[in-house]
Design a protein around this ligand. Sequence first.
Ligand code: HPA
Ligand code: ZN
Length: 335
Amino acid sequence: MPKVELHLHLDGAFTLDFLFDLIQKYDGDPEIKSIADLRNRFIFTDFPHFVETWFWKNRFFREPIDFEESVYRTLKELSFQNIVYLEAFFSPWDYKESGVVSTNIVQANLNAVKRAEKDFNIRCRLIVDITRDHGHEHAIDRLNEITPFLGEEIIGIGLGGSEQKYQTHMFEDVFDEAKRRGFHCVAHAGEVMGPKSIWSAIKDLKVERIGHGVRAIEDPELVEYLRIEQIPLEICVVSNIKTGIYSGFTDHPFAELFSKGLLLTVNSDDPTMFGTTLADEYSILYHELNLSMLEIRNVQINAVESSFAPQGEKKKIKEMMNRFWIDNAMSITND
Ligand code: HPA
Ligand code: ZN
């Protein structure tokens, strides 16, 4: 099925093989002797443990070419999954320890995106994650650094990281300024923290989409607001379970939010770190959360409609999706 992904962090989507090679390139890690060891390193007790592991693996990205190669290979893998379009986050200020200049990371990722589009026919636009964990005091400096890159590929800013440590409203100034400069604005909210953080993302940051947003379910007034305004939620089911937000599929609110008429998309977040893929996420919607094929098709189209692609591009992607459903109608009705 042709797919669109709106919430994927390139920093969490490296291939295991590539990270393993990087670890060897930079003197190894005594605890990582095999790919299996590496896979086991990405099992998390909770969200803070996930963040700690995130910074551990970042130590092995030390030169711009490490980023360019990693992203190029990631996009190649994603194209094999029939992801035709994505809007991907990256966090260029998360590599202080390895000393790579943030603007060099931006350029390396841009190079990779352009090469991958040519070689694998996958279109990737980029959203720069301002990241809560670096605080809000210098967020405007980070915006200034990336502003010269705003263009065809770099289209927005996001706000990932530790929602529990740095509250959403603290970033109001930088989001206002980013919007004024022409950046699209999105934010993670309502993942670790509850509805208050989502209200703040909407009212203070004036975001166009919410990352996660699942804990909206705890506030009926917010659910109603999201339904009326049709603000897209970028839901990442496996991520929520792997970081302990929900204990399993039966607790996850995707199906309930969907049945209430919210505009939902499904995404893989940090696919390598969470051991998932976008294809897996769709499979979970069908097999575990009991969405019908028609509902799956709606979620698939929601991603196109909620993307920041120009209308012409959206139309082409929807045509591609429609062709898939027409070609496969027979086998699906036989299911
Ligand atoms: N939440 C917050 N920050 C993140 C995430 C996430 O799921 N993934 C990468 N950074
Ligand atoms: Zn995320």
